[in-house]
Design a protein around this ligand. Sequence first.
Ligand code: ATP
Ligand code: MG
Length: 331
Amino acid sequence: MIKNKKVSSSHYDVKDDLIVPEASDQFVVTSYVKDIIERALVYLNAGYPVHFAGPSGTGKTTLAFHLATQWGRPVTLLQGNEEFVSSDLTGKDVGYRKSSLVDNYIHSVLKTEEQMSRMWVDNRLTTACRNGDMLIYDEFNRSKAETNNILLSVLSEGILNLPGSRGAGEGYLDVHPSFRAIFTSNPEEYAGTHKTQDALMNRMITINVGLSDRETETEILHARSDLGLTESRYIVDVIRELHGNDHETKHGLRAGIAIAKICKIQGFKPRFGDKLFHAICYDVLSMETAKVQHAGHSIIHEMIDSVIRKYCPPVGSDAIKVTTKIKMVEL
Ligand SMILES: Nc1ncnc2c1ncn2[C@@H]1O[C@H](COP(=O)(O)OP(=O)(O)OP(=O)(O)O)[C@@H](O)[C@H]1O
Ligand SMILES: [Mg+2]
């Protein structure tokens, strides 16, 4: 049992199996983010689960944790998994408890009585429903649809249906009225995800999290890397132009954050003509864009070079500082 263990992220504190969310000062709140969080809080208040759907790296998990900090209840975290079966969510019998009573009070009479009872251990969904926690079910569509079926009655009737093997009267659990859930999912066409059944989707309110606006992206790069705002904006512009309308489906925010962090840690700026900066962009951005070809060879390096030329100042431009001295002339 983990007691009051602090995890490395500043987002949350783990107590036993519970997460106590703390607001992170690296979380960026722009009007785009605020608008999503406010809407989500309205839905939670009305008793509905919230579902953040969108491509990888668009900030769904981060939003889910931030929303949970705003909600203020302890958090139980579940991570979708192909291998999960319902008992991984609810709990299961882990064996038998045998108790025996030996009564030899009158020495000529020996009475023994034996009892076997099943031992049940709650899993996270059951604990959350019992205690009224906030359940974050991250990437829930990585679990099979039949595994997630157990959530149907939880979300609509407020009843958790536990396997019949439990003791009399324990087959159902009334869900605590404070119980709420936040789901996140990646699009169905992503490898390893399952088609989510409509019945489950109907029971939650889906907010599509797509490409954030330029300012939000810039603020996030700045907050996550500590690179200056102007320099972060150069990187954002380069990536947005390179990916065009496909931007969100390609890298989300992670590529930009990686480039900004490397620049900050290595102590250089995004500049046209800086060989290292160009090379880092080739490496970080070429995974998807390598498919762009002309006459049989990849033209991604040429594309990156020309976009860097368009948005970043040339190397050496920082050295030229124009200082204008104004002399006050007494008339
Ligand atoms: N509002 C925000 N403030 C600060 N950082 C953010 C914010 N939104 C996203 N990020 C950062 O962007 C990166 C991607 O976010 P996150 O992991 O939440 O994306 P995701 O949509 O859950 O991705 P995946 O689908 O791959 O799990 C992370 O490094 C995260 O810290
Ligand atoms: Mg995520």
